[in-house]
Structures are given as structure tokens and as C-alpha cells.
Design a protein around this ligand. Structure first.
Ligand code: GDP
Length: 313
């Protein structure tokens, strides 16, 4: 039996983030009341404040997309912020959901929860089978704790709390700051700027690593799908099921932005892990499929970049 969102009060925690923002857009086509609260009005690390807000607002369902996020540099510079703030946000919202009688909660993590040397494509069962990537273990440990909190509330209280782990996401609201961004927004910016001067496009590393990409609107659609149709303890990967090399991705971004310049590699920058692909078969077996192809998605992300919809611009 599906969990229907129609007529429900649905809180999207983290609506200012890329994923939370996409979930709010996606919920516009559901017949539900979307609740959001700004950072200035509610500190999500403040358990008492979160409890008070949830008891007043009484959400029926919660999408927990709020987190302190950042790249490799931020993670290794501010380990306390990444571990402590994320644990506090999770504890506050799970406790609040329990106290306020929330009927369904979806907790969102990321693919960095998996062991550094997990077998590819990465299956949900790989969780906690090996050491994490040390550069983001602070964030990963907090996200693993979130999965376990959802499972613990299910086991101890029978609450319908579920978890989903999306692959690399991109789209409107992305971070385009060259020092902090992930590869796809970085390439959109680099190609846009190179096109203006006719300069070559510099790709970090060798260009040979393989990565998987999903448009954030597909991820939001998968989140709503899981909210309605999934009700079990194991977390679920949200993946596109296909991968592309960084060099081919660069060529595709150049094609979409209509720039026929030269590509050069910068081997002084790290490649990172050679391959990172999620196994999405648990999700696709339920009948969900991504809809936005990479070319179309990049065009949409570029339009958002040109419209100034993003951070670090
Ligand atoms: P990762 O998936 O955790 O490795 O994160 P990234 O998205 O930052 O990097 C993915 C791959 O893209 C790595 O092999 C990078 O070396 C490569 N890459 C190429 N150019 C860039 C760039 O300008 N920025 C970033 N972040 N990565 C780049």
C-alpha cells in the first residue's frame, strides 16, 4: 500500500540545498502542503528548538535533506563541524519526528558512506564492510549514523523511517565555486569561461576516472517515489546506472555549450578513485527509472548557471 502525500503536511528540511530545493519543486505537483523553515528562524542543530517547531507545525511526513556539506578541503579543515553538526541535525530531527508523531521520514545520505574499496557497482550491502575514504570520513560517519537512527526507530518503535543514498548529483542550485565544486559544475564554469577567450579547457588529473551523474530533479522524483512506495529498514541507492569518463564528460559539456576548443589535462591534480558507480537495482526493481539524460541535464544545469541559480557564482 502506497503512503499517499495528498492532504499531508510535508516538511522539507534543508530546502535551501540543491536536493531539498529539488524536492520542494517536485512536491509542487503533489496535492500536499509543503513546510519549510529558514535558517534564521530555526537552528537545526538545536534539539529543543527543533522539537518545539515540529510540535507546533505537526508535519505528517519529513524529507531530511538538511546537512552540513562540502568538498574534500572543507571536510579535512573542519572535521568537528562535519561530524558534530550532522549528528546534531539528525538527532534533533529524528527525536522531533518521534515526539511530533511524524508518520513517514526519508533520510538522505550520500555515496561516501561506502568503503573506499567497495566492489563496483556499489551495492547497499557494502555498507560497513571496510574502511572509509579518510578525507570525508567525518561526514560519512554522521550519515551512517543517520541510516542507523532510522533503522533503530523502526526496530524500537515501529516508525516508518527510511533512508536513501544518492549518487553524484548536479543541477540548479549547485556549487560553482572552482575551489569547492564537484567536477560537473566545475566543467560547466570552466568551459563557459574558456569559450569567452578561446582558451583550452583544463581537466584535473588524467581524465580517465569514471563517474556516474544524476540530475537533481531525477533524485527528487526518486525520493518522492520511495516516500510513497518503500517501507523497509535497508537503505536504498539512488543511481543513474551508467558511467562516463571525465574526458568524455568534458567533451560532452563542450558540445552542449557549443565550444570546440582544446582539452588539456593537469596531472598535478588528483584523479581520486578510478571508478565510482552505484548499483541501482534495488530501486529499479521497484519500477523507478531516471528520466533526464546527461546531455539534456547539462543543458538545464547550464541554463541555471547562466541565471545565477547556484552558490559560488
Ligand atoms: P569525486 O567523485 O569524489 O572524486 O569528486 P569530484 O567531482 O571533485 O571529482 C571527480 C573527478 O573529476 C576526479 O577525477 C577529478 O580529478 C576530476 N576533475 C577534472 N576536472 C575537475 C575540476 O575542475 N574540478 C573537480 N572537482 N574535479 C575535476
Amino acid at each position: 500500500m502506497a503512503y499517499e502525500l495528498a492532504g499531508k503536511r510535508v516538511w522539507v528540511a534543508g530546502h535551501r540545498g540543491m536536493v531539498g530545493g529539488a524536492i520542494v519543486r517536485r512536491l509542487a505537483s503533489e496535492d500536499c502542503e509543503v513546510l519549510t523553515v529558514g535558517r534564521q528562524d530555526l537552528d537545526l542543530t538545536d534539539q529543543r528548538a527543533v522539537l518545539g517547531w515540529m510540535e507546533r507545525e505537526r508535519p505528517d511526513a519529513v524529507f531530511l535533506a538538511a546537512a552540513r556539506v562540502g568538498g574534500i578541503l572543507a571536510n579535512s579543515t573542519y572535521p568537528v563541524d562535519f561530524l558534530r553538526d550532522n549528528l546534531l541535525i539528525e538527532t534533533a530531527i529524528f527525536s522531533g519526528a518521534h515526539a511530533a508523531g511524524v508518520g513517514k521520514l526519508l533520510f538522505l545520505g550520500s555515496s561516501c558512506i561506502y568503503p573506499k574499496f567497495a566492489e563496483q557497482p556499489i551495492r547497499e550491502e557494502s555498507l560497513l564492510t571496510g574502511p572509509l575514504e579518510p578525507t570525508n570520513e567525518w561526514y560519512a560517519i554522521a550519515k551512517i549514523a543517520g541510516i542507523k537512527l532510522a533503522q533503530a526507530y523502526r526496530q524500537q518503535y515501529g516508525h516508518d523511517y527510511i533512508s536513501a543514498m544518492p549518487t553524484n548529483l548536479y543541477g540548479p542550485g549547485d556549487n560553482f565555486d572552482p575551489a569547492a565544486s564537484h567536477v560537473l559544475p566545475a566543467l560547466i564554469r570552466k568551459v563557459h569561461e574558456a569559450k569567452a577567450t578561446g582558451a583550452p579547457v583544463t581537466v584535473w588529473g588524467t581524465g580517465s576516472p569514471l563517474r556516474e551523474f544524476m540530475h537533481v530533479d531525477d533524485c527528487a522524483d526518486a525520493c518522492v517515489f520511495l516516500m510513497r512506495h518503500y517501507s523497509d529498514a535497508p537503505h536504498v541507492n539512488i543511481g543513474a546506472g551508467s558511467e562516463i569518463s571525465i574526458r568524455d564528460l568534458t567533451a560532452l559539456v563542450m558540445d552542449v555549450l557549443d565550444y570546440a576548443g582544446e582539452i588539456v589535462t593537469d596531472p598535478t591534480k588528483p584523479d581520486g578513485t578510478p571508478r565510482k558507480l552505484m548499483d541501482n537495482s534495488r530501486l529499479t526493481a521497484m519500477g523507478w527509472r531516471p528520466r533526464i539524460g546527461l546531455r539534456e541535464g547539462i543543458a538545464d544545469a547550464y541554463a541555471a548557471f547562466l541565471a545565477g541559480e547556484g552558490r559560488g557564482l
